[in-house]
Design a protein. Sequence first.
Length: 155
Amino acid sequence: MTKKQPRAALDDVSKAIIEQLQQDGRRSYAAIGKVVGLSEAAVRQRVQRLVDGGVMQVVAVTDPLELGFARQAMVGVRVNGPMEPVADAIADLDEVDYVVITAGAYDLLVEVVCESDEHLLEVISSKIRRISGVVGTETFMYLKLRKQTYSWGVR
């Protein structure tokens, strides 16, 4: 994993573009341009710079259950030693879609998406717990998703 460079502050136009895409990631550049006062080409360039700079990504958010992934869980991970190499190793696992270094009872929180309980057990036992530096895990199995949003706006 490469170290991210400091980002320049976003101007009001870039923030407005981001807000438009948070509301509807399929909104056309022309429609966004009308709202923010830019041409379609200028919006396209701005979006590309935001994506290339790691400020945002435009993706399809899916329901894992509909795609054959019957088990989602958050795994709290305790680490002995530096957390970053462990976080990077866990982030490389295909089943992992979210890794955050935290302060508190767990050093890392890891979201995993698996096909079954057996697959989840394999990921925890045979992959996560075998990573050097991992000293313990606690698994929180998702029963029902009540809220998931990506439209928190910009500041």
